[in-house]
Design a protein around this ligand. Structure first.
Ligand code: ATP
Ligand code: MG
Length: 271
């Protein structure tokens, strides 16, 4: 469990997995009107880990992800039951301010969706909106840090204020969206098939990036690529018809799935 051979000390990852969960989900159920999309879902998310959600289309992966940052709040006819804690606090408690809560999460969607504004403004906007920087100089430093962490700085430094985010390549746009997601200094990154619409080289860059980012941000990623889940996830959750049927460390999930449903899904997707 401990990476003691090289350093004699426990690895950072092992240490973080010994810390309490950042998010705790218990008995979460969700109905869209008559349609039940989640059924008694429970899991923990730990600091420093990448947790992958896998499962057939329509099994509730995106619905579960959206519960964490209260993205269903404004939807009509959505009923949520169960408990979600963040650092021990109920996210639906009376003291929680929803916009402040949402700021603790970064969201990256399947299709890169930069704002049609400059590269700089794409990253500056969320920080300015939430009053996170004191002045223009601090804002510039913040934007540079986010773009560096997203692995994009060197490619865009010459065009920060003159080029629109929409003028970048698909892979660059997605890294810009990661930089934008980092702009509010979130504790958790939520990613819904973030490499679903970009090419293999751009995908690899995002995967490398996530392995870097997980030191500071817990990450939940939905993926239809079993190879991707195996490459980057620490643990994998298998959803089926609204239930979280199985959650295992990545290697165990792919080599010894416990449920027949997960076994069949993984065999079909891998074969
Ligand atoms: N806004 C909505 N209103 C009504 N039903 C919805 C809504 N969003 C999702 N659903 C239904 O809830 C179920 C779960 O959908 P969800 O989008 O969470 O699945 P998913 O696992 O993310 O699928 P995919 O892999 O195709 O993205 C599906 O049956 C879907 O049709
Ligand atoms: Mg989905």
């Amino acid at each position: 469990m401990f990476d003691t051979q090289t350093t004699g000390l426990p690895s950072i990852h092992a240490l973080r997995r010994n810390s309490p969960p950042i998010v705790t989900v218990r008995n979460l159920s969700l109905h869209y009107g008559e349609k039940q999309a989640l059924d008694d879902v429970s899991f923990d998310l730990y600091p420093g880990e990448i947790l992958a959600f896998i499962g057939p289309s329509g099994c509730g992966k995106s619905t579960a992800l959206k519960c964490l940052n209260r993205m269903h709040d404004d939807a009509q006819d959505v009923l949520i039951e169960g408990t979600i804690l963040m650092n021990g606090d109920n996210i639906h408690g009376p003291d929680i301010d929803p916009p402040l809560h949402r700021r603790r999460f970064g969201w990256v969607a399947q299709k890169p969706n930069p704002f049609p504004t400059s590269i700089f403004e794409n990253v500056a906007y969320p920080a300015r909106l939430h009053g996170l920087t004191r002045n223009r100089k601090a804002l510039k430093i913040h934007v540079e840090q986010c773009l560096r962490r997203a692995g994009l700085w060197d490619e865009v430094v010459e065009h920060l204020t003159v080029k629109s985010g929409t003028e970048l390549s698909g892979g660059q746009q997605q890294r810009l969206c990661v930089a934008r997601a980092l702009s509010t200094s979130p504790e958790v990154l939520l990613m819904d098939e973030p490499t679903g619409s970009i090419d293999p080289i751009a995908t690899q860059r995002i995967e490398d990036l996530l392995l870097e980012l997980k030191r500071d941000q817990a990450i939940v990623i939905i993926t239809h690529s079993m190879a991707q889940a195996r490459r980057i996830a620490d643990r994998v959750a298998y959803f089926h018809l609204g239930k979280l049927l199985e959650l295992q460390p990545t290697e165990a999930m792919f080599t010894a799935p416990r449920t027949t449903e997960a076994r069949a899904f993984i065999a079909g997707k891998m074969g």
